[in-house]
Design a protein around this ligand. Structure first.
Ligand code: HEC
Length: 106
């Protein structure tokens, strides 16, 4: 009987640790950078970085859109037009990460 209790306790602990790790995976600059330079947002093997090559460009492009909703629109335009991908939901961790990365570029 004790053994079953231990198994339950162990399952509970593993579940809690996994859930905490999952809940912490909110948007981050790190994730945004991976998305910007990775090819997973599109279907044509390109990344944002294929065209927006220099940090100077990224900084300038981002500065034109101080409001997040407008920036999200142009990003989704680039995803659908230039990466042949699906637009990201405006409130997704991916979109917010991309924005965090782009606004962090110095
Ligand atoms: C195939 C090339 C290409 C890819 C890939 C691409 N873009 Fe663009 N992007 C452009 C071009 C061209 C413009 C228009 C620039 C202009 O009008 O000055 C643009 C405009 C933008 C702008 C607005 C800048 C402005 O001048 O108005 C942002 C922000 C942007 N892209 C972000 C991204 C992000 C984020 C990704 C990846 C999800 C991406 N782009 C992928 C070519 C690309």
């Amino acid at each position: 009987m004790m053994r079953i209790a231990w198994v339950f306790a162990l399952v509970f602990i593993v579940f809690s640790v996994c859930y905490t790790a999952y809940a912490d995976s909110g948007p981050s600059v790190e994730t945004g950078k991976k998305l910007f330079y990775g090819t997973f947002l599109g279907t044509n093997g390109k990344s944002c970085g294929s065209c927006h090559k220099t940090t100077e460009n990224i900084k300038k492009d981002t500065a034109k859109y101080p409001e997040d909703p407008a920036l999200k629109n142009v990003i989704n335009g680039c995803i659908t037009e230039n990466l042949k991908g699906k637009p990201l939901p405006g409130d997704s961790a991916e979109m917010n990460s991309l924005i965090m990365y782009m606004r962090s570029v110095k």
